[in-house]
Design a protein around this ligand. Structure first.
Ligand code: IMP
Ligand code: MG
Length: 423
């Protein structure tokens, strides 16, 4: 399989979890390198549903090593709960299949409180975050006042630093008129989680380099999507990490020249959860998908906003990530439509744009230009090979690949492992 970076080419929720699970079969190691438990990957295996937030979905296959890299922000209590939940579902989680970076930053309760307060203060201008404290945690990392896994592994040092941080953050929370954080309670809960996590904590960079040397194959699983990237996304309506391909390098310590391939995952249409510009948003397709019980968030349960496939966005995602291959998911979501639209360009005043403008106000004013394709109005979820798909569905997929400038390699027609077509 070679070393593959898998990224979301849209606004997250592209169905990456399922594709990762599928590709994991050929990989030796699966790495998470950015984001936190704002992510939610849903994987269905043998009729059982697993929702993963922090732990790489590789955990669902035995004999695969899962690594949480330095670029991830971790709520130790949440990860501990996730491990317990998986064990409850009879999934083996031990130090033989999970390694967590000692450089990963911790998400603390004051991050969550601040996330919530800032969102509330913004009112109508809110970002629509998952309220998991992700932004404030990365903020502390950049401000060099974050606490890391390595700190948590040294209880006395951790408590001392935490007390200081709680004091400072309580002053900020007070200014917001919010409830202060209780140092003692947090200290106890975190140290307890730290103790349970201790066997998993180590130097992931050294581990990954030894694995590279031994010729083991690594899959880097991206969380969120290209347009939620802190640098390249629809700022400020973004998450706080680099969700694009470069994030896999900085978030894991594996250098760029050791990466062999970038796979972009995209839905056959577009969705976005939370606020922010979304040029191809469409009420009818939203209603249709929600009516089918689809497109509700796996982390927050929120209904996702839905729209037509946006080739302008995906073209840009191809550039930023260096996408070689694409996986198109949720094709079956379009099964009932008589005609399907694809946005090929944006109009901004009299200008025709090939790529999205960086400015948020300009993007908000962009009008999508569509082409129309005939639908197939046939269920596709039983197709096993590309040739099993209706001709019009094949044409639609080919068109998406052509407009994305990458090779179509996977099409997904349902949530199960066996509903995956290798092209
Ligand atoms: P945060 O990451 O919780 O700060 O949220 C910032 C923005 O990213 C919001 O619009 C969220 O809805 C969005 N977001 C964060 N994580 C995910 C994800 O895993 N899938 C889809 N959207 C996400
Ligand atoms: Mg998700």
């Amino acid at each position: 399989m070679a070393n593959t970076i898998l990224v979301g080419a849209q606004w997250g929720d592209e169905g990456k979890g399922k594709i990762i699970d599928f590709l994991t079969e050929e990989a030796d190691i699966v790495v998470r390198s950015q984001g936190g438990n704002n992510a939610g990957h849903t994987v269905i295996v043998g009729g059982t549903k697993y929702v993963l937030h922090l732990i790489p979905s590789g955990i669902l296959r035995s004999k695969k090593m899962c690594v949480i890299g330095n670029g991830v922000v971790i709520d130790p209590v949440a990860v501990q709960k996730e491990i317990d939940g998986l064990r409850g579902q009879k999934i083996k989680v031990s130090k033989d299949n999970l390694l967590i970076s000692d450089c990963a930053h911790l998400v603390l309760p004051y991050h969550r409180a601040l996330d919530e307060q800032r969102e509330m203060k913004k009112g109508k201008g809110k970002i629509g975050t998952t309220k998991r404290g992700i932004g404030p945690a990365y903020g502390d990392k950049a401000a060099r006042v974050g606490l890391r896994m390595a700190d948590l592994m040294q209880p006395a040092l951790f408590s001392e630093k935490l007390e200081q941080r709680v004091k400072e953050n309580n002053a900020v929370l007070k200014a917001f008129g919010a409830k202060p954080i209780n140092f003692k309670a947090v200290n106890t809960a975190y140290l307890e989680a730290g103790k349970a996590l201790a066997p998993f904590i180590g130097n992931t960079v050294v581990y990954l380099h030894a694995a590279l040397k031994a010729g083991r194959e690594i899959l880097f699983e991206g969380a969120q999507g290209t347009f939620l990237d802190i640098d390249h996304g629809t700022y400020p309506y973004v998450t706080s990490s680099n969700t694009t391909a470069g994030g896999a390098c900085t978030g894991s310590g594996v250098p760029p020249h050791r990466m062999d391939r970038v796979l972009g995952v995209m839905k056959a249409y577009t969705t976005r959860v939370g606020e922010g510009p979304f040029p191809t948003e469409n009420a009818e397709i939203s209603d249709m998908l929600h009516g089918m019980g689809r497109e509700f968030g796996s982390t927050t349960g929120r209904a996702r906003r839905c729209g037509w496939f946006d080739a302008v966005a995906v073209r840009y995602a191809g550039m930023i990530n260096g996408i070689d291959d694409i996986a198109v998911t949720n094709l079956d979501g379009l099964d009932s439509l008589p005609t399907i639209k694809i946005c090929t360009h944006y109009k901004l005043g009299r200008q025709t744009l090939e790529v999205p403008p960086s400015d948020f106000a300009q993007l908000t004013n962009c009008q999508p230009v569509y082409i129309e394709m005939p639908g197939w109005q046939t269920p596709t979820h039983e197709a096993k090979k590309f040739s099993d798909l209706p001709k019009t569905a094949q044409t639609y997929l080919r068109k998406i690949a052509e407009l994305s400038g990458a090779k179509l390699t996977i099409a997904s027609v349902g949530p199960n492992r066996d509903q995956t077509i290798v092209v």
